[in-house]
Ligand binder design. Sequence first.
Ligand SMILES: Cc1cc2nc3c(=O)[nH]c(=O)nc-3n(C[C@H](O)[C@H](O)[C@H](O)COP(=O)(O)O)c2cc1C
Length: 354
Amino acid sequence: MWSRNAFTERLDLKWPILQAPMGWLSTPALASAVSNAGGLGGLGMWGFSAQDAERRIAGFRQQSAGSLNVNYPLWPEPKITADASEAMRTRLQAHYDAKGLGAVPKPEGAASEVGREHLAMLLRAKPQVVSFHFGLPQPEVMQAIKSAGIFIISSATTVAEARILEERGVDAIIAQGTEAGGHRGTFTGVDMSMQPGLFALLPQVVDAVSVPVIAAGGVADGRTVAAAFMLGASAVQLGTAFLRCEEANVLDAHRAALREANDACTIVTDVITGRPARYIRNKLTDDLIASGLEPVAFPAQLSLTAPLGMTGDRDLTALFAGQSAALAKDTTAAVLVESLAEATSRRLGAFARP
Ligand SMILES: Cc1cc2nc3c(=O)[nH]c(=O)nc-3n(C[C@H](O)[C@H](O)[C@H](O)COP(=O)(O)O)c2cc1C
């Protein structure tokens, strides 16, 4: 049975289907519905204090007794320069003026790390999985999490990154193909134009490491899940498809854009947050790319672009999406997990028949 392996046994999953933890877009309602349906729900902790993170985990636990993946993106304090800030603020002012938003604010942003309070909270709450994006925390933090019996995952965008993660002691690796929505997980500065697609990356990562490999990027229906298993995956992680679920915290403008997405409507750019991520193209991405300006250091650039998204204008909103957005449907998380499992079983079953 395709759905039973060392990874599903270790985490007590009925289905090797992970809902990507997507910062504030992932909610306790979404993660608990996924885990209750037999997959692995994830809560992103981008920008959350330890207290709020603990509240989110408690929200999940009120609704599910299943396994939970708690996710931390990691980055250093942004080095904001006056030159980049002023040029970017001037460029964005026209968009702010058109929406009556006043003066573009001064950019701000802080480091994201698993500090003392977050670590103490994790050791108390003991989620089954802690995952990271953009690398791994310091060895002491890794050791403390591992000693608590928590399973550790992180994303790789190349074989070289997968090898580094394995050497540093992760329990499983996400192979993130360039099709993926959201930020590239690279932590070695891989050029965004050189990142491999999942079809090339996945089997090469599977060959290079001995831990289970989770496929991410463009996986969105039974055919793509089945293909990932054919290529050696032990599980799949879907982000964009879960954005279409009613439990996700997604702005109306973003939902409308996802509904109309096609195969060639997305672009990878660093102009929205300061770090490369994949979005549905719109006026904001086009204008900032055309400006030729360097974005302000990640994630401070987001403090300048985010207020535009709050106006509800789709042309000015950060429309995170992967290349398979059009394969997904408006649905609920339970229906999505169940239909993925059923369609994958059917698809793989067709190959098993004599
Ligand atoms: C809106 C959005 C936000 C994301 N935020 C995170 C995050 O905070 N942490 C993380 O590890 N991955 C994050 N990802 C990336 C996913 O883990 C995953 O690699 C990606 O969604 C897979 O590609 P797909 O979108 O085609 O399914 C995000 C993806 C999306 C679409």
